[in-house]
Write a protein that binds this ligand. Structure first.
Ligand code: RIB
Length: 303
């Protein structure tokens, strides 16, 4: 079973010719309202990839909550542990330019009320894979990781957006997933500023005694293990339309594969294909691929 502890948002997506510079106003032809939030995206990605998923988090009592939950509900994600709070549902303003580059600003709203106490002990244990990101109060993340580990729960932390991680929490994480910038930021927070993302990820793995996976865009992804070994996976050759949600698709696909008993190499291939397929359509949740779509492209990955 996969339990995702994290954020739920509604994304306001605006296509623009170019991303605004500081102080600049740019015009877009219209907007799309879609469900988002790194927690919800990863829960949906894991469910579409075949996982049994429970989502823990908060939404507001406003009409946007329904938008935030529609795709999760349709995919069969267990939403019975969500809490409705007085703050408004989280909202992300996302601009995407012609090249697929984006700017994202998140108004956290209800996500700021997410509490470790929402996750009951009955959902923790060796059969649970707990997936977290960094869009809810970090003290709640650290509290739940400490509690989860005592119960033997497997823990996957996607350090997005990056922030320092307490040194006692790092070794409790089984898989730490970062992008290139996040790898540099975490290495720097551990006192070792390193420019090269792979070197930074390797350093984090050694320092924290956990497996660190760094996503590398068109170059695929690499995993660094605590024993000093590493493995890499390539990426599908694609023409990206919009990379919003690609990292979440990678994490959700990885979680689904690990929870099905795949080994690290197989799970990385699964995640890499899932991440690439999410770049082919606009928006986060609308672009997350189904299990069959991922499996149909596994053979196309470079060796
Ligand atoms: O990772 C993409 C997500 O980041 C978006 O869906 C947005 O809501 C922000 O949380």
């Amino acid at each position: 079973m996969i339990v995702v502890f994290g954020s739920l948002n509604v994304d306001v997506m605006i296509a623009v010719d170019h991303l605004p510079l500081p102080g600049e106003t740019v015009l877009g032809p219209g907007y799309q309202l879609t469900a988002g939030g790194k927690g919800a995206n990863q829960a949906l990605a894991a469910a579409r990839a075949g996982g049994a998923v429970t989502m823990i988090g908060c939404v507001g009592g406003d009409p946007l909550a329904e938008t935030a939950l529609t795709d999760l509900r349709a995919a069969g994600v267990d939403l019975s542990h969500l809490t409705t709070v007085a703050d408004p549902t989280g909202l992300a303003a996302i601009c995407v330019d012609k090249l697929g580059e984006n700017h994202v600003v998140v108004a956290s709203g209800a996500n700021r009320q997410t509490k470790a106490s929402q996750l009951s002990d009955s959902l923790l244990g060796p059969k649970t894979l707990l997936v977290l990101q960094m869009e809810v109060p970090l003290t709640e993340n650290w509290a739940i990781i400490r509690r989860a580990k005592v119960k033997g729960t497997r823990v996957l932390l996607n350090v997005a957006p990056a922030a320092p991680i307490p040194t006692d929490v790092l070794p409790l994480v089984d898989w730490l997933i970062v992008n290139e910038n996040e790898a540099r930021q975490i290495a720097a927070s551990l006192g070792n500023p390193i420019d090269d993302a792979r070197t930074a990820a390797k350093f984090i793995a050694g320092a924290s005694k956990t497996t660190v996976i760094v996503t590398l865009g068109a170059a695929g992804a690499a995993a660094y293990l605590k024993d000093g070994s590493d493995l890499s996976v390539g990426a599908l050759k694609i023409q990206p339309v919009d990379t919003v949600g690609a990292g979440d698709s990678f994490v959700g696909g990885f979680a689904a594969a690990i929870d099905r008993g795949k080994d690290l190499a197989e799970a990385l291939r699964y995640a890499s294909v899932g991440g690439a397929l999410a770049c082919l359509h606009p928006g986060a949740q609308p672009s997350l691929p189904l299990q069959a779509a991922i499996e149909a492209r596994l053979a196309d990955l470079p060796a």
